[in-house]
Design a binder for this molecule. Structure first.
Ligand SMILES: [Zn+2]
Length: 608
């Protein structure tokens, strides 16, 4: 499940919205329902998919390939037809991985500083060569709510900036930057964009001056197993000693100590003569694949899905990023795949009226890329899909209460779900519209009613501790029974679903302050690198973006004077505003550049 809805937010939001459906005392007792072979099969699926051998089903790993083969084999073993004409797989490319090229250096006076020895490009750096003066810009942070701005009264137009990693006074529990907690301002991408928005031409990043003995003056390893998208400005990591080599009169330690002590900026020009920096990176793309099978029926289609990728060795989204530990993802989402496979087996032997599609999506953890690709390249007209049921994290049920997210995506869903719950072994809390943090969102955007089935969130979420031993198989058996009943309910020909635009629920941001501004757009996370700007996959009605006349397919290229080159610029532009702010939007449609005024609102689920 993606980090749109962080675990803390999820845990926070759920109690607010959930109306509990039918904890009727006459719940059928367990023993009559138990089907050991079902439980054994589900256990085997999870044990295989969450085994260390599958390398956390990270993008670009052989483990993900083996998992794909396993799922396709199971579909075939259970007798289902391939979904993609005669294949169970739907391959497609995503941006993945980056490698620095030798043409990456700094030249100052006669000195040439080299790749790997003195410097290393950031994975999100763009390619470029710049010759300019260098300005020290502290931590490179603009944080209005903390009354702190390293750019205050600083001319950085066309300059190269030297900035520090992390944030001021990190070890001071009383610091205005939330004490020892790390704030969003420590994020390096955010800093790079902040530099770009202030007009800088390039950025050098160095570690906090090596005063604390736990810090080593080294260069970060370039993560090659990550989805990368360049932020539109060249960024190089340099060692502290490289800073000393380049700017002999500048004392980094003193400047940093002064900032930390006073929690106020100490930005200043530091180079006597311009330096030259060059960055060259090779971007790679990998082929990933959705896995799909079908049980033919009437024209209407019901889609049953679950993503099978996870975080590999701790890629972006991990709560232990860079830990290089296998994130087994037993609950997220080997459990959903296991349940989807067993429903496929069941309905193969107990067909229903509609055609059933069973799909294991890839690349959910990197922006719902697999399901977005699927709905744009579906094996039949996606408009024929009556409903999409998504299983994501169904393995750690506590008690009997599951969550059904997206219940308001169709008028009749709540009644149908309550009817199924009444006869099944679970209770259910139901909430929310069709926009959420998992693959159902891609279908909802296409006008299809959806539901995300979720068991109980837990602290192992997105960590290496999400292991098979902790799976509650009995709980999964209950959810399977509920799903079986519910799908039959939905599948009845006389049942029609009336798609509903979901009203944005009142939000609570993780900090508890409702000050995250929103436009109401849904970015297209599969847009090719060649597109400058953010292509919109959808625009939510009744939002600032739709009021401003934006629509799916438009490419957002600017907000006020912030140039939007990619998703990070867009996030940055939003973060630089508050709900209620009036902004001028720049966008292109069919090659034409247009502009419009929008008034930002408070953020809601699943959109920006
Ligand atoms: Zn997931």
């Amino acid at each position: 499940m993606r980090n749109y809805l962080s675990l803390s937010t999820l845990v926070f939001i759920l109690p607010l919205f959930l109306s509990c459906a039918s904890n009727s005392p006459n719940k059928k007792t367990d023993s009559r329902l138990s089907d050991d072979s079902l439980v054994d099969r589900m256990h085997d699926h999870i044990a295989f998919l969450a085994d260390d051998a599958q390398e956390g089903r990270g993008i670009g790993t052989e483990g993900l390939e083996r998992s794909a083969d396993y799922i396709a084999d199971k579909f075939s073993e259970y007798g289902l037809m391939p979904l993609f004409s005669d294949s169970y797989t739907q391959p497609f490319p995503i941006n993945w991985g980056v490698a620095p090229l030798p043409e990456t250096w700094i030249v100052s006076n006669e000195d040439t500083l080299t790749l790997g020895e003195d410097l290393m490009p950031a994975g999100f750096s763009s390619d470029g060569v710049i010759s300019a003066d260098v300005v020290f810009a502290g931590y490179g942070i603009t944080a209005p709510e903390y009354g702190y701005d390293d750019y205050d009264d600083l001319d950085v137009e066309g300059k190269i900036l030297l900035i520090l990693e992390d944030e001021p006074a990190m070890n001071n529990p009383d610091s205005k930057f939330e004490g020892t907690l790390i704030t969003q301002y420590a994020d390096l991408r955010t800093k790079a964009i902040n530099a770009k928005v202030h007009g800088a031409a390039g950025v050098l990043v160095t570690k906090r001056a090596v005063t604390d003995d736990e810090l080593i003056d080294d260069l970060p390893e370039l993560h090659t197993r990550e989805p990368f998208q360049d932020v539109g400005i060249p960024v190089l990591f340099v060692k502290n000693q490289t800073v000393k080599k380049l700017f002999s009169r500048f004392n980094l330690e003193n400047a940093q100590r002064s900032i930390n002590l006073n929690e106020s900026p100490r930005s200043m020009p530091i180079s006597e003569t311009p330096i030259e920096m060059k960055t060259t990176l090779r971007r790679e793309a990998v082929e990933v694949k959705n896995i799909g099978a079908m049980i033919p029926g009437e024209d209407e289609i019901v889609v049953i899905g679950a993503h099978y990728d996870h975080l590999g060795y701790g890629q972006q989204g991990s709560r232990l990023p860079g830990s290089n530990q296998i994130h087994n993802g037993a609950d997220d989402n080997a459990s959903g795949v296991a349940l989807m496979l067993e429903l496929a087996k069941y309905f193969m032997n107990n067909p229903v009226n509609p055609t059933l599609w069973f799909v294991a999506f890839t690349a959910e953890e990197v922006g719902l890329a697999g399901s977005s690709w699927f709905v744009d390249h579906s094996p039949a007209d996606i408009a024929d899909a009556k409903f999409m049921l998504n299983f994501d994290m169904v393995g750690r049920l506590e008690g009997r209460k599951i969550s059904l997210l997206g219940i308001e995506s169709a008028k009749e869903l709540r009644t149908l779900a309550e009817r199924s719950v009444d006869v099944g072994p679970v209770e259910a809390a139901m909430a929310g519209g069709g926009y959420g943090s998992s693959d159902q969102t891609s279908f909802y955007i296409k006008g299809i009613p959806v539901l995300h089935v979720l068991a109980t969130p837990h602290a192992d979420y997105h960590t290496p501790e999400d292991d098979v031993e902790k799976i509650n198989l009995k709980g999964m058996e209950w959810i399977y029974k509920f799903a079986m009943i519910f799908i039959k309910e939905i599948a009845e020909p006389e049942i029609t679903l009336t798609y509903q635009e979901s009203k944005a629920p009142p939000t609570t941001s993780p900090s508890g302050r409702g000050d995250r501004p929103s436009l109401g757009t849904i970015p297209d996370f599969t847009q090719p690198d060649s597109i400058r700007g953010v292509r919109l996959q959808g625009v939510r009605p009744g939002t600032p973006a739709s009021d401003a006349g934006l629509k799916a397919g438009d490419i957002l290229v600017g907000m006020d004077d912030i140039v939007i080159d990619n998703i990070y610029d867009f996030v940055f532009a939003l973060k630089s505003h508050k709900p209620g702010d009036e902004v001028e939007l720049w966008f292109t449609r069919d090659g034409m550049k247009l502009n419009s005024i929008a008034v930002l609102k408070e953020a809601g689920e699943g959109h920006r």
